[in-house]
Design a protein around this ligand. Sequence first.
Ligand code: FES
Length: 109
Amino acid sequence: MQYVKLATVGEVKHGEKKKILINDKAILLLNVGGLYYAFDNRCPHMGGLLSGGDLEGTTLTCPRHGAKFDVRTGKSVGNAKLAFISVKVGDATKLPLKVEGTDILVGLD
Ligand code: FES
């Protein structure tokens, strides 16, 4: 696994998120309480763009069908809703991340 620079500390403030393209891969960087988290920007359900979702506390909601994910783990914590049907979804793809100095680095295969 190779770590590449995703952003600089302070670029994404507490409670904010940002989509960043690296090697044609869209990565979602979030800051919750001063801790950073990175995800594949595509929802595991049907590929909704998580960067367009709402972040409330540690919960990220997919804008497409409303599935909810805990950003600390990527675990699914709320089903998607299609019309009146509730659908269980998989976990979001959390990416390894580390901070070195002022650089936020993401691990990519
Ligand atoms: S694509 Fe995200 S909930 Fe359906």
